[in-house]
Design a protein around this ligand. Sequence first.
Ligand code: MEV
Length: 428
Amino acid sequence: MTDDATRRTSRISGFHKLRVEQRIDHVAAFADLGDEHRRQLAAPSNMDTHLADHMIENMITTIAIPVGIATNMRVDGRDVLVPMATEESSVVAAVGNSARQCYESGGFTTSMSGTEMIAQIQLLGVPDPARARLLILERRAEIERICNACDPTLVGLGGGFRDLDVRRIDTPAGSMVITHIVVDTRDAMGANTVNSMAERLAPNIAAWTGGRTLLRILSNLADRRVVRARATWTCAAIGGAEVRDAMVAAYHFADNDPYRAATHNKGIMNGVSAVVLATGNDTRAVESGAHAFAARSGRYRSLTSWEVTADGDLAGAIELPLAVGLVGGAVKIHPTARALLAVLQVGTASELARIIAAVGLAQNFGAMKALATEGIQRGHMSLHARNLAFAVGAVGDEVAEIARRIVEGRSINEAAAAAALAELREQG
Ligand code: MEV
Protein backbone atom coordinates (compact mmCIF):
# COMPACT_ATOMS: atom_id res chain seq x y z
CA MET A 1 0.00 0.00 0.00
CA THR A 2 1.70 3.15 -1.12
CA ASP A 3 -0.79 5.98 -1.16
CA ASP A 4 -4.37 6.69 -0.30
CA ALA A 5 -5.62 5.96 -3.82
CA THR A 6 -4.09 2.47 -3.69
CA ARG A 7 -5.46 1.96 -0.24
CA ARG A 8 -8.98 2.85 -1.37
CA THR A 9 -9.19 0.54 -4.33
CA SER A 10 -11.08 -2.72 -4.19
CA ARG A 11 -8.95 -4.00 -7.11
CA ILE A 12 -6.54 -6.04 -5.03
CA SER A 13 -4.76 -8.58 -7.13
CA GLY A 14 -3.62 -11.69 -5.28
CA PHE A 15 -5.72 -10.98 -2.18
CA HIS A 16 -6.37 -14.72 -1.93
CA LYS A 17 -2.64 -15.40 -1.80
CA LEU A 18 -2.13 -13.27 1.33
CA ARG A 19 -2.05 -14.88 4.75
CA VAL A 20 -5.19 -14.34 6.82
CA GLU A 21 -3.47 -11.74 9.07
CA GLN A 22 -2.29 -9.85 5.99
CA ARG A 23 -5.82 -9.82 4.59
CA ILE A 24 -7.12 -8.38 7.85
CA ASP A 25 -4.35 -5.73 7.77
CA HIS A 26 -5.35 -4.83 4.26
CA VAL A 27 -9.05 -4.58 5.06
CA ALA A 28 -8.36 -2.64 8.27
CA ALA A 29 -6.24 -0.12 6.36
CA PHE A 30 -8.83 0.15 3.55
CA ALA A 31 -11.64 0.89 5.98
CA ASP A 32 -9.64 2.76 8.66
CA LEU A 33 -10.78 0.25 11.25
CA GLY A 34 -10.16 1.07 14.89
CA ASP A 35 -8.32 -1.35 17.19
CA GLU A 36 -11.50 -2.82 18.62
CA HIS A 37 -12.93 -3.81 15.22
CA ARG A 38 -9.57 -5.08 14.06
CA ARG A 39 -9.18 -7.27 17.15
CA GLN A 40 -12.68 -8.59 16.67
CA LEU A 41 -11.94 -9.67 13.08
CA ALA A 42 -8.72 -11.35 14.17
CA ALA A 43 -10.52 -13.53 16.74
CA PRO A 44 -12.11 -16.42 14.82
CA SER A 45 -14.22 -17.62 17.77
CA ASN A 46 -15.40 -14.14 18.29
CA MET A 47 -18.67 -14.37 20.17
CA ASP A 48 -18.92 -13.98 23.89
CA THR A 49 -20.99 -16.69 25.61
CA HIS A 50 -22.99 -14.17 27.61
CA LEU A 51 -23.91 -12.24 24.49
CA ALA A 52 -24.95 -15.41 22.68
CA ASP A 53 -27.01 -16.48 25.69
CA HIS A 54 -28.72 -13.12 25.65
CA MET A 55 -29.53 -13.28 21.92
CA ILE A 56 -31.55 -16.50 21.81
CA GLU A 57 -33.17 -18.98 24.17
CA ASN A 58 -31.62 -22.22 25.43
CA MET A 59 -28.24 -21.30 23.92
CA ILE A 60 -25.59 -23.99 24.26
CA THR A 61 -22.90 -22.95 21.77
CA THR A 62 -22.20 -20.94 18.62
CA ILE A 63 -21.36 -22.16 15.11
CA ALA A 64 -18.69 -20.33 13.18
CA ILE A 65 -19.16 -19.54 9.48
CA PRO A 66 -16.20 -18.22 7.45
CA VAL A 67 -16.35 -14.61 6.30
CA GLY A 68 -14.57 -13.80 3.04
CA ILE A 69 -13.99 -10.48 1.34
CA ALA A 70 -15.28 -9.92 -2.18
CA THR A 71 -12.77 -7.70 -3.96
CA ASN A 72 -13.13 -5.59 -7.12
CA MET A 73 -16.57 -4.25 -6.19
CA ARG A 74 -17.31 -0.69 -7.29
CA VAL A 75 -20.80 0.50 -6.39
CA ASP A 76 -22.08 3.92 -7.45
CA GLY A 77 -18.54 5.09 -8.10
CA ARG A 78 -17.13 3.95 -4.74
CA ASP A 79 -14.82 0.99 -4.23
CA VAL A 80 -15.99 -1.33 -1.46
CA LEU A 81 -14.63 -4.47 0.12
CA VAL A 82 -17.64 -6.64 0.79
CA PRO A 83 -17.71 -9.14 3.67
CA MET A 84 -19.62 -12.34 2.90
CA ALA A 85 -20.46 -15.03 5.46
CA THR A 86 -20.97 -18.38 3.78
CA GLU A 87 -20.16 -22.04 4.23
CA GLU A 88 -20.17 -22.58 0.44
CA SER A 89 -16.94 -22.52 -1.54
CA SER A 90 -16.73 -20.52 -4.80
CA VAL A 91 -19.33 -17.94 -3.70
CA VAL A 92 -16.88 -15.21 -2.64
CA ALA A 93 -14.53 -15.89 -5.54
CA ALA A 94 -17.41 -15.71 -8.04
CA VAL A 95 -18.40 -12.22 -6.88
CA GLY A 96 -14.81 -10.93 -7.00
CA ASN A 97 -14.26 -12.38 -10.49
CA SER A 98 -17.53 -11.05 -11.87
CA ALA A 99 -16.89 -7.61 -10.37
CA ARG A 100 -13.38 -7.56 -11.88
CA GLN A 101 -14.87 -8.13 -15.33
CA CYS A 102 -17.11 -5.03 -15.08
CA TYR A 103 -14.83 -2.80 -13.00
CA GLU A 104 -13.40 -0.99 -16.01
CA SER A 105 -16.84 -0.42 -17.49
CA GLY A 106 -17.91 1.39 -14.31
CA GLY A 107 -18.96 -1.29 -11.87
CA PHE A 108 -22.48 -1.24 -10.47
CA THR A 109 -25.07 1.52 -10.48
CA THR A 110 -27.89 1.22 -7.97
CA SER A 111 -31.08 2.85 -6.76
CA MET A 112 -33.70 2.17 -4.12
CA SER A 113 -37.43 2.79 -3.98
CA GLY A 114 -37.39 3.77 -0.29
CA THR A 115 -37.11 2.32 3.17
CA GLU A 116 -40.77 1.66 3.86
CA MET A 117 -42.06 -1.46 5.55
CA ILE A 118 -45.60 -2.79 5.48
CA ALA A 119 -47.52 -4.22 8.43
CA GLN A 120 -50.81 -6.03 7.96
CA ILE A 121 -53.88 -6.15 10.20
CA GLN A 122 -56.38 -8.89 9.45
CA LEU A 123 -60.04 -8.08 10.09
CA LEU A 124 -62.71 -10.80 10.18
CA GLY A 125 -66.41 -11.03 10.79
CA VAL A 126 -67.60 -7.86 9.05
CA PRO A 127 -70.84 -8.43 7.11
CA ASP A 128 -70.09 -5.46 4.85
CA PRO A 129 -66.40 -5.66 3.91
CA ALA A 130 -66.64 -2.96 1.22
CA ARG A 131 -68.02 -0.48 3.73
CA ALA A 132 -65.52 -1.56 6.41
CA ARG A 133 -62.70 -0.88 3.96
CA LEU A 134 -63.89 2.69 3.46
CA LEU A 135 -64.45 3.23 7.17
CA ILE A 136 -60.77 2.44 7.75
CA LEU A 137 -59.53 4.54 4.83
CA GLU A 138 -61.52 7.51 6.18
CA ARG A 139 -59.48 7.34 9.44
CA ARG A 140 -56.14 7.94 7.74
CA ALA A 141 -55.22 11.00 9.83
CA GLU A 142 -56.07 9.21 13.06
CA ILE A 143 -54.15 6.12 11.97
CA GLU A 144 -51.13 8.27 11.19
CA ARG A 145 -51.34 9.81 14.67
CA ILE A 146 -51.66 6.43 16.42
CA CYS A 147 -48.74 4.90 14.48
CA ASN A 148 -46.41 7.85 14.94
CA ALA A 149 -47.19 8.01 18.68
CA CYS A 150 -45.73 4.48 18.96
CA ASP A 151 -42.25 5.62 17.91
CA PRO A 152 -41.52 9.33 18.37
CA THR A 153 -37.78 8.65 17.99
CA LEU A 154 -38.33 7.28 14.50
CA VAL A 155 -40.47 10.30 13.65
CA GLY A 156 -37.67 12.55 14.96
CA LEU A 157 -35.29 10.80 12.56
CA GLY A 158 -37.56 11.63 9.63
CA GLY A 159 -39.37 8.29 9.52
CA GLY A 160 -42.83 7.18 10.58
CA PHE A 161 -46.23 6.55 9.00
CA ARG A 162 -46.35 7.13 5.24
CA ASP A 163 -49.31 5.43 3.69
CA LEU A 164 -52.46 3.41 4.21
CA ASP A 165 -53.92 0.73 2.01
CA VAL A 166 -56.94 -1.43 2.71
CA ARG A 167 -57.73 -4.54 0.66
CA ARG A 168 -60.55 -7.01 0.68
CA ILE A 169 -59.66 -10.65 0.11
CA ASP A 170 -62.18 -13.41 -0.44
CA THR A 171 -61.08 -16.69 1.07
CA PRO A 172 -62.67 -20.11 1.74
CA ALA A 173 -63.07 -18.84 5.33
CA GLY A 174 -65.02 -15.80 4.14
CA SER A 175 -64.22 -12.21 3.23
CA MET A 176 -61.45 -10.48 5.14
CA VAL A 177 -60.41 -6.84 5.20
CA ILE A 178 -56.65 -6.41 5.29
CA THR A 179 -55.20 -3.08 6.37
CA HIS A 180 -51.67 -2.21 5.31
CA ILE A 181 -49.84 0.47 7.19
CA VAL A 182 -46.77 1.69 5.37
CA VAL A 183 -44.03 3.04 7.60
CA ASP A 184 -40.68 4.54 6.75
CA THR A 185 -38.31 2.77 9.15
CA ARG A 186 -35.20 4.58 7.89
CA ASP A 187 -32.03 2.77 9.00
CA ALA A 188 -33.83 0.06 10.95
CA MET A 189 -35.05 -3.13 9.35
CA GLY A 190 -38.20 -2.11 11.16
CA ALA A 191 -39.94 -5.36 12.11
CA ASN A 192 -40.36 -4.41 15.76
CA THR A 193 -41.52 -0.92 14.91
CA VAL A 194 -44.24 -1.89 12.47
CA ASN A 195 -45.38 -4.88 14.52
CA SER A 196 -45.87 -2.60 17.54
CA MET A 197 -47.84 -0.13 15.44
CA ALA A 198 -50.06 -2.87 14.02
CA GLU A 199 -50.78 -4.25 17.48
CA ARG A 200 -51.54 -0.79 18.81
CA LEU A 201 -53.87 0.07 15.92
CA ALA A 202 -55.83 -3.19 15.74
CA PRO A 203 -58.37 -2.48 18.53
CA ASN A 204 -59.30 0.79 16.81
CA ILE A 205 -59.90 -1.00 13.54
CA ALA A 206 -62.11 -3.52 15.30
CA ALA A 207 -64.06 -0.72 17.01
CA TRP A 208 -64.51 1.36 13.83
CA THR A 209 -65.83 -1.57 11.81
CA GLY A 210 -67.53 -3.80 14.36
CA GLY A 211 -65.32 -6.70 13.24
CA ARG A 212 -62.67 -8.80 14.96
CA THR A 213 -58.96 -8.34 14.29
CA LEU A 214 -56.67 -11.36 14.27
CA LEU A 215 -53.12 -11.25 12.83
CA ARG A 216 -51.04 -8.10 13.23
CA ILE A 217 -47.64 -8.56 11.67
CA LEU A 218 -45.25 -7.14 9.09
CA SER A 219 -45.13 -8.42 5.52
CA ASN A 220 -41.79 -9.73 4.33
CA LEU A 221 -42.88 -8.93 0.79
CA ALA A 222 -41.21 -5.54 1.31
CA ASP A 223 -42.12 -4.13 -2.08
CA ARG A 224 -41.80 -0.54 -0.84
CA ARG A 225 -38.14 -1.28 -0.15
CA VAL A 226 -37.02 -2.44 -3.57
CA VAL A 227 -33.39 -2.14 -4.61
CA ARG A 228 -32.12 -2.11 -8.16
CA ALA A 229 -28.60 -2.60 -9.46
CA ARG A 230 -27.26 -2.71 -12.98
CA ALA A 231 -23.90 -3.22 -14.64
CA THR A 232 -22.49 -3.69 -18.11
CA TRP A 233 -19.91 -6.26 -19.04
CA THR A 234 -18.18 -5.58 -22.34
CA CYS A 235 -18.34 -8.34 -24.88
CA ALA A 236 -14.53 -8.49 -24.86
CA ALA A 237 -14.33 -8.70 -21.05
CA ILE A 238 -16.57 -11.75 -20.93
CA GLY A 239 -14.80 -13.61 -23.72
CA GLY A 240 -16.79 -12.82 -26.86
CA ALA A 241 -20.23 -12.93 -28.41
CA GLU A 242 -20.65 -16.67 -28.06
CA VAL A 243 -20.33 -16.54 -24.27
CA ARG A 244 -22.53 -13.44 -24.11
CA ASP A 245 -25.30 -15.05 -26.15
CA ALA A 246 -25.10 -18.27 -24.16
CA MET A 247 -25.56 -16.24 -20.98
CA VAL A 248 -28.59 -14.46 -22.39
CA ALA A 249 -30.08 -17.84 -23.35
CA ALA A 250 -29.36 -19.07 -19.80
CA TYR A 251 -31.27 -16.10 -18.42
CA HIS A 252 -34.29 -16.70 -20.66
CA PHE A 253 -34.35 -20.33 -19.52
CA ALA A 254 -34.57 -19.15 -15.89
CA ASP A 255 -37.13 -16.44 -16.57
CA ASN A 256 -39.45 -18.87 -18.32
CA ASP A 257 -39.10 -22.01 -16.24
CA PRO A 258 -39.73 -22.01 -12.47
CA TYR A 259 -37.63 -25.16 -12.02
CA ARG A 260 -34.61 -23.33 -13.40
CA ALA A 261 -35.60 -19.98 -11.84
CA ALA A 262 -35.48 -21.52 -8.36
CA THR A 263 -31.84 -22.52 -8.85
CA HIS A 264 -30.92 -19.30 -10.67
CA ASN A 265 -32.37 -17.25 -7.80
CA LYS A 266 -30.75 -19.52 -5.23
CA GLY A 267 -27.41 -18.58 -6.77
CA ILE A 268 -28.31 -14.88 -6.46
CA MET A 269 -29.22 -15.44 -2.82
CA ASN A 270 -25.84 -17.13 -2.27
CA GLY A 271 -24.42 -13.64 -2.60
CA VAL A 272 -27.27 -11.66 -1.06
CA SER A 273 -27.69 -13.81 2.05
CA ALA A 274 -23.94 -13.95 2.66
CA VAL A 275 -23.76 -10.17 3.06
CA VAL A 276 -27.06 -10.06 4.97
CA LEU A 277 -25.65 -12.62 7.42
CA ALA A 278 -22.24 -10.96 7.72
CA THR A 279 -23.92 -7.70 8.70
CA GLY A 280 -26.15 -9.31 11.35
CA ASN A 281 -29.35 -8.90 9.35
CA ASP A 282 -32.25 -11.32 8.99
CA THR A 283 -31.50 -13.74 6.14
CA ARG A 284 -34.93 -15.40 6.24
CA ALA A 285 -36.77 -12.09 5.95
CA VAL A 286 -34.72 -11.14 2.91
CA GLU A 287 -35.05 -14.58 1.33
CA SER A 288 -38.82 -14.87 1.69
CA GLY A 289 -39.18 -11.31 0.39
CA ALA A 290 -37.00 -12.03 -2.63
CA HIS A 291 -38.80 -15.23 -3.60
CA ALA A 292 -42.27 -13.71 -3.11
CA PHE A 293 -41.17 -10.75 -5.25
CA ALA A 294 -39.91 -13.14 -7.93
CA ALA A 295 -43.45 -14.56 -8.11
CA ARG A 296 -45.26 -11.20 -8.10
CA SER A 297 -46.53 -11.62 -11.66
CA GLY A 298 -48.23 -14.88 -10.68
CA ARG A 299 -45.36 -16.92 -12.13
CA TYR A 300 -42.04 -17.49 -10.37
CA ARG A 301 -39.39 -15.73 -12.46
CA SER A 302 -35.77 -14.58 -12.44
CA LEU A 303 -34.78 -11.77 -10.08
CA THR A 304 -32.32 -10.57 -12.71
CA SER A 305 -32.64 -9.67 -16.36
CA TRP A 306 -29.98 -9.76 -19.06
CA GLU A 307 -29.85 -8.23 -22.52
CA VAL A 308 -27.41 -7.28 -25.26
CA THR A 309 -26.79 -3.55 -25.59
CA ALA A 310 -26.64 -1.58 -28.85
CA ASP A 311 -22.82 -1.83 -28.57
CA GLY A 312 -22.99 -5.61 -28.30
CA ASP A 313 -22.15 -5.68 -24.60
CA LEU A 314 -23.99 -7.59 -21.90
CA ALA A 315 -26.18 -5.56 -19.55
CA GLY A 316 -27.50 -7.13 -16.37
CA ALA A 317 -30.00 -5.80 -13.86
CA ILE A 318 -31.43 -7.03 -10.59
CA GLU A 319 -34.48 -5.90 -8.67
CA LEU A 320 -35.50 -7.26 -5.28
CA PRO A 321 -36.83 -6.12 -1.91
CA LEU A 322 -34.11 -5.80 0.73
CA ALA A 323 -35.25 -5.17 4.27
CA VAL A 324 -31.92 -4.66 6.01
CA GLY A 325 -30.93 -2.25 8.73
CA LEU A 326 -27.99 -0.70 10.49
CA VAL A 327 -29.65 -0.29 13.86
CA GLY A 328 -31.58 -2.62 16.14
CA GLY A 329 -31.46 -6.37 16.67
CA ALA A 330 -28.32 -8.39 16.11
CA VAL A 331 -26.86 -5.65 13.89
CA LYS A 332 -26.37 -3.45 16.91
CA ILE A 333 -25.09 -5.97 19.41
CA HIS A 334 -23.10 -8.52 17.43
CA PRO A 335 -19.50 -7.30 17.60
CA THR A 336 -18.41 -9.06 14.40
CA ALA A 337 -21.39 -7.71 12.46
CA ARG A 338 -20.44 -4.24 13.69
CA ALA A 339 -16.83 -4.67 12.63
CA LEU A 340 -17.94 -5.93 9.21
CA LEU A 341 -20.32 -3.01 8.78
CA ALA A 342 -17.35 -0.78 9.54
CA VAL A 343 -15.49 -2.52 6.69
CA LEU A 344 -18.35 -1.64 4.35
CA GLN A 345 -18.28 2.00 5.48
CA VAL A 346 -21.98 2.52 4.90
CA GLY A 347 -23.83 5.38 6.55
CA THR A 348 -27.41 4.29 5.80
CA ALA A 349 -29.44 1.10 5.45
CA SER A 350 -30.09 2.07 1.81
CA GLU A 351 -26.38 2.13 1.04
CA LEU A 352 -26.04 -1.33 2.55
CA ALA A 353 -29.02 -2.64 0.57
CA ARG A 354 -27.60 -1.22 -2.65
CA ILE A 355 -24.28 -2.96 -2.17
CA ILE A 356 -26.10 -6.21 -1.42
CA ALA A 357 -28.10 -5.95 -4.64
CA ALA A 358 -24.87 -5.40 -6.59
CA VAL A 359 -23.42 -8.53 -4.99
CA GLY A 360 -26.52 -10.50 -6.03
CA LEU A 361 -26.08 -9.36 -9.62
CA ALA A 362 -22.36 -10.19 -9.60
CA GLN A 363 -23.10 -13.63 -8.19
CA ASN A 364 -25.64 -14.30 -10.92
CA PHE A 365 -23.21 -13.19 -13.62
CA GLY A 366 -20.59 -15.59 -12.25
CA ALA A 367 -22.95 -18.56 -12.03
CA MET A 368 -24.45 -17.98 -15.48
CA LYS A 369 -21.07 -17.53 -17.11
CA ALA A 370 -19.73 -20.73 -15.58
CA LEU A 371 -22.90 -22.67 -16.40
CA ALA A 372 -23.06 -21.39 -19.97
CA THR A 373 -19.42 -22.25 -20.64
CA GLU A 374 -17.39 -24.93 -18.87
CA GLY A 375 -20.00 -25.79 -16.20
CA ILE A 376 -19.49 -25.20 -12.51
CA GLN A 377 -18.05 -28.52 -11.50
CA ARG A 378 -14.40 -27.87 -12.39
CA GLY A 379 -14.16 -24.78 -10.17
CA HIS A 380 -16.33 -26.33 -7.49
CA MET A 381 -14.43 -29.55 -7.52
CA SER A 382 -11.02 -28.03 -6.91
CA LEU A 383 -12.40 -26.26 -3.84
CA HIS A 384 -14.27 -29.39 -2.84
CA ALA A 385 -10.97 -31.25 -3.16
CA ARG A 386 -9.44 -28.97 -0.55
CA ASN A 387 -12.34 -29.68 1.81
CA LEU A 388 -11.82 -33.41 1.27
CA ALA A 389 -8.12 -33.01 2.05
CA PHE A 390 -9.07 -31.33 5.33
CA ALA A 391 -11.62 -34.02 6.06
CA VAL A 392 -9.03 -36.81 5.82
CA GLY A 393 -6.62 -34.99 8.13
CA ALA A 394 -4.27 -33.07 5.82
CA VAL A 395 -2.58 -30.12 7.51
CA GLY A 396 -0.61 -27.06 6.31
CA ASP A 397 0.88 -27.45 2.82
CA GLU A 398 -0.49 -30.97 2.58
CA VAL A 399 -3.97 -29.55 1.88
CA ALA A 400 -3.08 -27.91 -1.44
CA GLU A 401 -0.94 -30.86 -2.48
CA ILE A 402 -3.63 -33.47 -1.76
CA ALA A 403 -6.22 -31.32 -3.55
CA ARG A 404 -3.89 -31.01 -6.56
CA ARG A 405 -3.26 -34.76 -6.70
CA ILE A 406 -6.90 -35.84 -6.51
CA VAL A 407 -8.02 -33.23 -9.07
CA GLU A 408 -5.24 -34.40 -11.40
CA GLY A 409 -6.21 -38.02 -10.81
CA ARG A 410 -9.88 -37.11 -11.48
CA SER A 411 -11.02 -39.04 -8.41
CA ILE A 412 -12.38 -36.33 -6.21
CA ASN A 413 -13.66 -38.33 -3.27
CA GLU A 414 -12.71 -39.04 0.30
CA ALA A 415 -11.09 -42.43 -0.39
CA ALA A 416 -8.82 -40.90 -3.06
CA ALA A 417 -7.92 -38.06 -0.68
CA ALA A 418 -7.03 -40.51 2.11
CA ALA A 419 -4.91 -42.58 -0.28
CA ALA A 420 -3.14 -39.47 -1.58
CA LEU A 421 -2.40 -38.35 1.97
CA ALA A 422 -0.97 -41.74 2.92
CA GLU A 423 1.17 -41.72 -0.22
CA LEU A 424 2.38 -38.16 0.41
CA ARG A 425 3.36 -38.94 3.99
CA GLU A 426 5.15 -42.09 2.88
CA GLN A 427 7.10 -40.07 0.30
CA GLY A 428 7.88 -37.34 2.82
C1 MEV B 1 -24.99 -23.15 -6.45
O1 MEV B 1 -24.98 -22.88 -5.06
C2 MEV B 1 -25.65 -22.02 -7.22
C3 MEV B 1 -25.89 -22.29 -8.70
O2 MEV B 1 -26.63 -23.51 -8.85
C4 MEV B 1 -26.67 -21.13 -9.24
C5 MEV B 1 -27.22 -21.32 -10.64
O3 MEV B 1 -27.45 -22.46 -11.05
O4 MEV B 1 -27.41 -20.29 -11.30
C6 MEV B 1 -24.59 -22.48 -9.46
